[in-house]
Design a protein around this ligand. Structure first.
Ligand code: GUN
Length: 290
């Protein structure tokens, strides 16, 4: 089994991105700017946001975190987003999900200017993506496609199964695989005989958000397994991360697999940086063509 090493591929992409951001700065004297809005004190979100800021700095993106209390009102959050929409130094604006249950995420996201939406989550950007005209692609699926590219994994004609249908991962993943000429099945919590379906797949993307949902017996021998799950857990008094897939079971059973941590996670963060840069380029182009 070959490990799809997200840390390695992400580092390679960031090295190239840093070079592109440098030359963009030389030409335009503009530093790409990213703001992450963090509502509440979800510990996992705090860790992810710190990672995003640290990596942004490494590649030359100016980033800041706006922390708001978990009982922030919808109106206050909306006003914060609208202020950032009109700030010319900010090219990408990410509202870290999940939001506290008192806030409906779709209603919040709807206030982000689609030109500043690095998650590709606004309705406009989702429509553009489905019609093949995306400004940027959603970070996790785009990162997974980069992993396939790096390891020369061809998708044409493959039977692909996506487990999970979230707007941020499952649905756009299915769409990108379809565009790459795979034959795609999307499974979800109401799917009957999941194992029977995954066992027939050449490629499985596990994005169900359920720890250990799939193991060795759910894959065919040479399957490619991509694990999007991130679950914080404790084993032998140690805090560790686990995925939707029982990675330890796979060993030589499948042909490729992503570990957790070190697989999809670093790719997602890196694609956020890549998207921030792309949005800065688009904003600059439209300004010079105005
Ligand atoms: N929470 C976990 N991953 C993500 C992501 O990619 N984007 C946003 N907005 N929230 C997240």
């Amino acid at each position: 089994m070959q490990i799809l090493d997200g840390r390695l591929v992400a580092q390679k992409i960031r090295t190239e991105l840093k070079r592109k951001i440098n030359s963009f700065y030389e030409k335009n004297k503009i530093v790409p700017g990213l703001v992450v809005i963090l509502v509440g004190d979800n510990p996992a979100s705090q860790v992810y946001v710190r990672q995003k800021v640290k990596m942004a700095k490494q590649v030359g993106i100016h980033s800041k975190v706006l922390s708001l209390p978990k009982d922030v009102s919808f109106d206050k959050l909306k006003q914060t987003i609208q202020n950032l929409n009109t700030d010319p130094a900010i090219h990408a604006l990410l509202v870290q999900l999940p939001l506290p249950s008192s806030l409906a995420w779709k209603e919040v996201i709807a206030h982000i200017d689609p030109r500043k939406d690095p998650d590709c989550l606004t309705a406009e950007n989702q429509g553009l993506a489905w019609s093949g005209q995306a400004r940027v692609l959603p970070c996790t699926p785009a990162g997974i496609m980069k992993l396939f590219e790096h390891y020369n994994i061809t998708l044409k004609g493959k039977k692909a199964v996506v487990v999970g249908r979230s707007q941020i991962v499952g649905l756009p993943m299915a769409q990108l695989l379809l565009r790459a000429n795979a034959t795609v099945t999307v499974c979800h919590s109401y799917t009957k005989n999941l194992s029977q379906i995954t066992k027939e797949a050449d490629l499985v993307v596990a994005a169900a958000g359920r720890q250990g949902l799939l193991g060795k017996n759910d894959f065919k021998r040479d399957a490619i397994v991509v694990d999007v799950g991130i679950h914080r857990t404790v084993e032998n008094n140690k805090k560790i991360l686990k995925g939707d897939v029982l990675f330890e079971e796979l060993k030589n059973g499948v042909s490729y697999a992503t570990p957790v941590p070190g697989g999809v996670g670093p790719m997602t963060v890196t694609m956020l940086l890549e998207n921030t840069f792309q949005l800065a380029c688009l904003a600059t182009e439209s300004r010079t063509h105005a």
